[in-house]
Design a protein around this ligand. Structure first.
Ligand code: ASP
Length: 600
């Protein structure tokens, strides 16, 4: 028998104690969240992962030993309390607490562990800076609101496992030490000691292995998979993140989408008690871009992009004319009721547009006393009226117009419609807007790389309707059998039907400018496998972190990961990444030639 607990057994969690247990003896164990001392008694708020219960230590009724222990207690001491559940007196009832109507009258208190003064108050309400929270994450995780997210994450993961297992999926692990996967980001590399100068890559996703599992005949695979992507610093990205990853054989787009609709429906029902109506809406990519300027449209509010290219074509305004000549477009959005927006605020909107590459924005204000426009010099009253009519603006509205390459116009106006909706408070918090975006282009032009790249990944199949064009080498007009699930303007999942025909795969590599040898060097093992009977297959992966974040209403992905990293990919708790011993480097035959510090 352990000396410390001496046979003492916890009977329930703090928040399991309820009115029905009145008069019963319970033993709870946890951390002292707070202590309030009055003249003849004290209250201890005791916390465990379930939440908080109040313990009362009363001089009149508690034995000497209990009183003596109570005097020693400080915040974050770990204690065991045995006592009788009693109803609180009416003035002590706290409707905000789950256990707000009861308390435990202590009969025995045992200190199990002491605590130093913590660096911040371990309390829901305490405002603590991110750095401090993450440096002492183990304390931060004690805060009930933070712990709740982690518990919810567990519930979502379990719901996913149960759903997929019920549907006949097998959970199969794929390697962490592997070869580079083609998801488009930079790899994290791990040096091999046994093969000096050689490196493993940590997986960006289990993509290639799950396709191999289909060749193996496993038919329905899933994995709660850790993925690694060494991307440039971007807000709310984590270098390692988790996917609910799946792959199925003998399926088409509809099969994968309808399965995953039922999946998300079940998650919403189990986790939020919300009924999601199926089937989910499907919007082809081009429609999403044209109407919302985004491939992950937030359709909880109505502002939409309007193409006014045809109306302004032939006008003298050189900005519009040159955008159209270059194959771009002129589009607009209406900010309802914003005609009187001060100049300074309009300038801010222009700044937003500029971050997406727009050179500027034109605007028309439909003021009470007439129309005011930043482009009035170039447009007759009649022409301006035609624009107003085409975008459906009314008196009191503000029209924002952008002219450029399609991508710039979509991105800029897509961001502005969100910006305007937030300013006007048009987005209702408690609504869940779920839809599919389908028919993505196979390829997109990457300015950075100066070539076409796969929009999803190079194993995604072209649409049957576009196969001829694809085989003839058209990179611009071929759509893929790819689909993304979008929730409230965030991509929560994405996948595709894969190529399982060798000639189509070779053609994809050719169009991506992959030398045949290069493709074989990188993915030869998959291409070889396809020679031995590859079933038609496809799949999808959900971003678990983002899904949990949206379901628990957290503001950052960090809030739903037990030990997250910060923006520069470092861990404030462990100080990773860090320098390693010379000896370790020698064993790996690695010489560090230049460090960042030396570089500055
Ligand atoms: N591997 C893909 C991704 O990570 C998902 C999929 O195609 O199944 O986005």
């Amino acid at each position: 028998m352990g000396e410390l607990l001496n046979g003492l057994k916890r009977s329930c969690y703090c928040c399991d104690v309820n009115e029905e247990m009145t008069g019963k003896s319970v033993t709870v164990m946890g951390w002292v969240s707070r202590k309030r001392i009055f003249s003849h008694f004290s209250f201890i708020l005791l916390r465990d992962r379930s939440g908080i219960v109040q313990v009362v230590v009363d001089e009149q009724s508690s034995p000497e030993a209990v009183l003596a222990q109570d005097k020693l207690l400080k915040s974050e001491y770990v204690i065991a309390v045995t006592g009788t559940v009693q109803k609180r007196t009416p003035e002590n009832i706290n409707p905000k607490m789950k256990t707000g109507t009861i308390e435990i009258a202590a009969e025995q208190i045992k200190i199990l562990s002491e605590s130093e003064l913590p660096p911040f108050q371990v309390d829901e309400k305490a405002e603590v800076g991110t750095e401090l929270r993450l440096k002492y994450r183990y304390l931060d995780l004690r805060r009930p609101n933070v712990a709740e997210n982690i518990i919810l994450r567990h519930k979502i993961t379990m719901a996913a496992r149960n759903f997929l297992s019920d549907e006949g999926f097998l959970e199969i692990e794929t390697p962490m030490l592997t070869k580079s996967t083609p998801e488009g980001a930079r790899d994290y590399l791990v040096p091999s000691r046994v093969h000096p100068g050689n490196f493993y890559a940590l997986p960006q996703s289990p993509q290639l292995f799950k396709q191999l599992l289909m060749v193996s005949g496993f038919d329905k695979y899933f994995q709660i998979a850790r993925c690694f992507r060494d991307e440039d610093l971007r807000a709310d990205r984590q270098p390692e993140f988790t996917q609910i990853d799946m792959e199925l054989s003998f399926v088409e787009e509809d099969d994968v989408m309808s399965l995953n609709e039922r999946f998300i429906q079940r998650i919403f029902k189990e986790i939020k008690g919300i009924d999601i109506q199926l089937p989910l809406r499907r919007i082809p990519w081009i429609e999403a871009m044209n109407r919302y300027g985004s491939d992950k449209p937030d359709t909880r509010f109505e502002i939409e992009l309007k193409d006014i290219s045809d109306i302004v074509r032939g006008t003298e305004f050189v900005v519009f004319a040159s955008a159209l000549e270059a194959g771009g477009s002129v589009r607009a959005i209406v900010a309802p009721g914003c005609a009187d927006m001060p100049r300074k605020q309009i300038d801010k909107l222009v700044e937003v547009a500029k971050t997406y590459g727009a050179k500027g924005l034109a605007y028309i204000q439909l003021k009470e006393d007439g129309v005011k426009s930043s482009i009035s010099k170039f447009f007759s009253e009649e022409e301006t009226d035609r624009i107003i009519e085409a975008v459906g603006a009314n008196k009191g509205d503000l029209i924002l117009i952008c002219a450029d390459k399609n991508k710039v116009v979509w991105d800029a106006l897509g961001a502005l419609r969100l910006d305007v909706a937030r300013r006007l408070d048009l987005i209702k918090d408690d609504t869940y807007d779920l839809l599919w975006v389908t028919e993505f282009p196979m390829f997109e032009y990457s300015e950075e790389e100066g070539r076409f790249v796969a929009m999803h990944h190079p194993f995604t199949s072209p649409m049957d309707e576009d196969l001829d064009k694809f085989m003839q080498g058209d990179v611009e007009n071929v759509r893929a059998k790819a689909y993304d699930m979008v929730l409230n303007g965030c991509e929560v999942g994405g996948g595709s039907i894969r190529i399982h025909r060798e000639d189509i795969q070779e053609q994809t590599f050719k169009l991506l400018n992959f030398e045949k040898e290069d493709a074989h060097e990188r993915f030869g093992f998959l291409l070889d496998a396809f020679k031995y009977g590859a079933p038609p297959h496809g799949g999808l992966a959900f971003g678990l972190d983002r899904l949990v974040m949206l379901l628990c209403g957290a503001e950052s992905i960090r809030d739903v990961i037990a030990f997250p990293k910060v923006k520069d990919a470092s861990c404030l708790l462990t100080d990773a990444p860090n320098k390693v011993d010379e000896k370790q480097l020698e064993e790996l035959c690695i010489a560090v030639t230049e460090t960042e510090e030396e570089n500055v």
